[in-house]
Design a protein around this ligand. Structure first.
Ligand code: G3P
Length: 225
């Protein structure tokens, strides 16, 4: 298992048809090739169904797309932190825009992941939400305005203030939290802008997963780190 480090490009595979079944491993291997060729940190979040297969096969950081705050035992259908750990993944997204949790659940997920040494990457839709989840002291907060997710205009172009304001506000609460930004990030120029706005990296999906040439897209993206 490889540790997540900053600056990072984190690729969330979501549930796109391209990453159903063996497609997830194929894309993760492309991410690994680019990480090896460039020496830069590219992490992947495969669909939960493929998490173990991907985590066992690649040597880049692998995060679950979700984790639920349950202990091993009577928790049918939930993804426990213990299960995530057992796959070989190094951590999990928590509260993604497409998988929202109430604040108390977010706090429980963060603390259960911490106990197991899993990286916690909490998503937030606004500066205010980022500040409120910073109280849980997760390793990472990723700010993503929902209206820009899946679109062609990067958050760094459409709303650069949300990136710089989130960085400032989160660091004000806890300097140890790394801040990523996401939504519409597709190019090296977008990544460069994110870094210039103070982010420690980006969280993105469609720019790689839906791209006909994901390797070229990744090479362009990491050129902005
Ligand atoms: O988790 C990343 C995501 O929500 C952003 O998606 O397609 O705008 O890069 P996308």
């Amino acid at each position: 298992m490889t540790e997540l480090r900053t600056p990072a490009v984190v690729v969330n595979f979501k549930a796109y048809a391209e990453v159903d079944g063996p497609g997830a491993l194929r894309l993760a291997q492309i991410c690994q090739t680019v990480a090896e060729e460039t020496g830069l940190c590219i992490a992947v979040c495969p669909p939960v169904a493929e998490l173990g297969a991907v985590a066992r096969a690649v040597d880049i950081p692998v995060l679950s797309q979700n984790v639920d705050p349950y202990k091993p035992g009577s928790a049918t259908g939930w993804m426990t932190p213990s299960m995530v750990k057992a796959t070989g993944a190094c951590g999990s997204l928590i509260n993604h825009s497409e998988h929202r949790f109430a604040d108390d659940i977010i706090g429980q997920c963060v603390s259960m992941c911490k106990e197991l040494g899993l990286v916690q990457m909490v998503c937030a839709e606004s500066v205010a939400k980022a500040v409120s989840v910073a109280a849980f002291a997760p390793d990472y907060i990723a700010v993503e305005p929902p209206e820009l997710i899946g679109g062609d205009i990067s958050v760094t172009t459409a709303n650069p203030r949300i990136v710089s304001d989130t960085v400032a506000a989160v660091k004000d609460v806890n300097k140890g939290i790394s801040v990523l930004c996401g939504a519409g990030v597709k190019t090296g120029a977008d990544v460069k802008a994110a870094i210039e706005l103070g982010a420690d990296g980006v969280l993105l999906a469609s720019g790689v997963v839906k791209n006909k040439d994901p390797k070229a897209a990744l090479l362009d993206l990491v050129s902005g780190l």
